[in-house]
Design a protein around this ligand. Sequence first.
Ligand SMILES: Cc1cc2nc3c(=O)[nH]c(=O)nc-3n(C[C@H](O)[C@H](O)[C@H](O)COP(=O)(O)O)c2cc1C
Length: 210
Amino acid sequence: MDIPEQARAFLAAMRDRWACKLYDGRALAPEEESLILECGRLSPSSFGLEPWRFVANRPGGQVRQALFEACFAQDGVRTAGMVVAILVRRAEAYDPDGPLVLQRSARFPGGHPVFRADFVGYYEFLKAEGRLEEWARAQAYIPCANMMTGAKAAGIDSCAIEGYKEAEVLAALGFDPDIWRVGIVVTFGRPAEPVREKIREGLKAISEFK
Ligand SMILES: Cc1cc2nc3c(=O)[nH]c(=O)nc-3n(C[C@H](O)[C@H](O)[C@H](O)COP(=O)(O)O)c2cc1C
């Protein structure tokens, strides 16, 4: 079977993406910023609730300095053309009758009554297991991955950043820690270091069909 051209281009972006840890410090073009954020916006979320907020930051200024310190002084955060913190709401926000769920569900066919009937069982399950925030945070990795691959397709490098102090990231960005959690942080920009070779296990070593 022939692999369609679009899929080849997608795979090339996946193959060429690498974790850049030192950038040239230049801001991205507005179109590039928008492209990356659009890749986040189009990402799927559980029940379509879009639990996130993408908080972007350009180079220079106090916010960047505070983010740098909150991320254990990683040079990639200091020098990136754009840093995006993917925040997700705390557990209380997913109440089936709360304002977020009311607003999000109103967009779907059948509105809140239909949505609620579908959602409430899973919500109660997650709540009983104490997993609501784990569920919300896990979702942040989807826009993170899509933004990184989308950026690479546009010739922009990136790195996911798990090395952060959550309270400090929220304080740097001015978000209330009683309402928000950090899902993950991502840096974007043009490299000021050589490309590192991709090291991966072969497909046979990490996958199987049953
Ligand atoms: C969830 C996640 C968190 C990461 N956190 C950091 C980080 O805090 N600092 C860092 O330098 N690299 C971080 N990385 C980059 C990884 O080290 C890198 O992606 C991995 O070694 C594979 O290399 P490659 O992306 O160049 O293929 C992170 C990657 C992922 C996926």
